[in-house]
Design a protein around this ligand. Structure first.
Ligand code: NAP
Length: 244
């Protein structure tokens, strides 16, 4: 990949993706967006001039165009190959009797509205990358949007109930993945939802079975194999297709 943008890249899976791309030399230019730079992310950027940190609270959609201008200056007419909408929040323990309006709105804003609006803002750069690589098949080497979803957003696999804010926001993100895949098919931009597995991060907690490195390795191995037949689908980090 020539260029990748990852939101929520200061910790957790986002930071893990940055580290993987740097260590494996998988991307020429990496844009790591975050609300607050972590020391770890800053230290990696100090050693790697191809890592660009951009301050971005994904709730502040009014700043998206400003961020796109900065990215455009770096990528020039190559455009942006891959957008990974990773930043996310999960309000826990929200049974029907306890769920609050603010929790619903906050989860929907970060997990659904922001990825849609950021994809909209970055569309000119994604299209540019697709045109620039028109000899390549639909793939992450050409142009792609990857929405970091969750198995908890699968309606078919919901056998536990609850988690209204998180489940609804990820199910809605999955609906956006499907629509984007249809809308962007003519531009040969691949769109997929990804479930990273249950991973030991602040969100996943210490009881999660997967470490960050294993999840990330699986995610990028899976992404590398995606092609035209996979656009508009929901995958798990190990390549298994998940039901909506
Ligand atoms: N871990 C799991 O088991 C698991 C399972 C399924 C899906 N996922 C999904 O994977 C993605 C990453 O999760 P994670 O486990 O790495 O979670 P995490 O450790 O809690 O990290 C969440 C990231 O999202 C960022 N973020 C939250 N709100 C933001 C905002 N308004 N603007 C910008 N950034 C914001 C956080 O930044 P701050 O530091 O500024 O808060 C942080 O970088 C999420 O979309 C999550 O739903 C995770």
């Amino acid at each position: 990949m020539k260029s990748v943008l990852i939101t929520g890249a200061n910790r957790g899976l986002g930071l893990g993706m940055v580290k993987y791309l740097i260590n494996q030399n998988k991307a020429e230019k990496i844009f790591a967006t975050c609300r607050n730079e972590s020391q770890e992310l800053q230290a990696i950027a100090a050693q790697n001039k191809n890592l660009h940190i951009l301050r971005l609270d994904v709730k502040n959609t009014e700043f998206f165009d400003e961020a796109v201008s900065k990215i455009s200056e770096v990528v020039g007419d190559d455009g942006l190959n891959v957008l990974i909408n990773n930043a996310g929040v999960a309000t826990k323990y929200t049974k029907l009797g306890l769920v609050k309006t603010e929790q619903m709105i906050d989860n929907l804003m970060v997990n659904t509205v922001a990825p849609i609006m950021l994809t909209k803002s970055l569309l000119p750069l994604l299209k540019q990358a697709s045109v620039k690589n028109d000899e390549k098949p639909m793939s992450t080497e050409r142009a792609a949007v990857i929405n970091m979803s969750s198995i908890l957003g699968s309606i078919a696999q919901n056998d536990q109930g609850g988690f209204y804010p998180y489940r609804c926001s990820k199910a809605a993100l999955n609906a956006a993945t499907k629509s984007m895949s249809i809308d962007l098919e003519k531009d040969k931009i691949l769109v997929a939802s990804m479930h990273p597995g249950w991973v030991r991060t602040d969100m996943g907690g210490q009881n999660a079975p997967l470490d960050i490195e294993s999840s990330i390795r699986g995610i990028f191995d899976t992404l590398a194999k995606l092609g035209e037949k996979d656009t508009g689908k929901f995958y798990q980090y190990d390549g298994t297709e998940l039901p909506w």
